[in-house]
Design a protein around this ligand. Sequence first.
Ligand code: AMP
Length: 502
Amino acid sequence: MTTFADLGLSQKVLSAVTDAGYTVPTPIQAGAIPPALMRRDICGIAQTGTGKTASFVLPMLTLLEKGRARARMPRTLILEPTRELAAQVAENFEKYGKNHKLNIALLIGGVSFEEQDRKLERGADVLICTPGRLLDHCERGKLLMTGVEILVIDEADRMLDMGFIPDIERIAKLIPFTRQTLFFSATMPPEIQKLADRFLQNPERIEVAKPSSTALTVTQRLIASPTKDYEKRAILREIIREQTDLKNAIIFCNRKKDVADLFRSLERHGFSVGALHGDMDQRSRTNMLAGFKDNQITLLVASDVAARGLDIPDVSHVFNFDVPIHAEDYVHRIGRTGRAGRSGAAFTLVTKSDTKYLDAIEKMISKKIEWHNGDLSSLPAPAEGEKDERRGRGKGRDRDRRPAAKAAEPSHKADTANVQDSVESAEEVVATKVDSVKQERKADNRSNQGNRDKRHQSPNPANDDHRERRRNHYRDQDDGPTPIGFGDDIPAFMLIVANAKA
Ligand code: AMP
């Protein structure tokens, strides 16, 4: 059996690995570390949870033992799609590099430039960045990339999803061609393969898990659900309460607005819950994640972008509040549980409008997922259109679906939840009333935006290109379009006034 000592790592690194309690390298580590130490390019196809981070951090630490950093000329560069992943890689450098005296600089959004400048002045051995913030530093003339010996592009498929590829191409042009490149991606769609072909020279290819496979230890189930959000929330609560072995769970939503709504709703219903989405400031995100890791929070509602690649060990359950639109996101979400051979459970709420996405998922994972309590045909048909559906939810059908769960709750809690259920129904009614007004406002906004765009059109295409990059680079702080004004969160009373005027 291969041991860490067989891989060619330095004594300092081996001793830190022993202290971390690792005895056997994972397949990606055994495959990537020896060629990386020989300065070969690497194309690693590995999901998070496979020990992928150490597979580039350990050889980098060994290689960095020779040589010294110069002011504003980093020696190595690691690109990560999100701030959390960047911070996580920095933690790995601290853990495995505890016997080294290396300067690690983390350049992410939401942190002051001054602090980061000071680190760069001292000379960084390792620079860990989100693409936008790095380009910002380069533009400010604070950073020279000509000394970079090793470039790591991590989570390449996620970079593609987030629109970072043009930024990465710009960054790669600033780095000497003679560099060593370590490239990692969980999946290898054609666009990513093309990128790898452009960036890598004669790479060693290591593939440790089929990108389309889900762990065998995860029990996957589908839950037939009506389409309204408040109905989905009620069904989700019911499923959560059913799980006697639930230790902690991540609940995924497709949109960040739903993350916020679901978080508030679960909180109102007395669950121990946190949220993670791109609109939160860095401090809140870090605190939230720490609370979840320390088991102070049981449920974490998250969007794909915010949760992707985070190292949260031992999650017992994953709930998909929405069926993911991209089938590979399903694989990533499910990958949060059942890690390292542990058992896990994943439940996905499916509405009638989700069937094409579900088909794509089942095709990708090459198997049919079982329904938990009957498939979509078992859902009661809405009797008389939306209005009745709404009324029925508060009083009859929904309550009938979960008598055991309600009975199990303390009566005051059940009463409160009943009131809250009605509040949510009422909210839904108001939401529907104001929907048309919102549509009108959106149409107005769009036409105003069109006028603004026209006013700002530059005769110089280079400026447009620059502006597009600036727009994109803020994506590391976000996971969706930034709303104008109140966005979708316009207080209902304001809309009602607008309605009265019309
Ligand atoms: P990653 O895929 O880099 O997110 O790593 C997933 C988890 O595996 C992290 O918590 C690591 O600390 C842990 N890990 C990394 N390498 C090993 C190893 N050789 N043996 C056991 N655990 C490891």
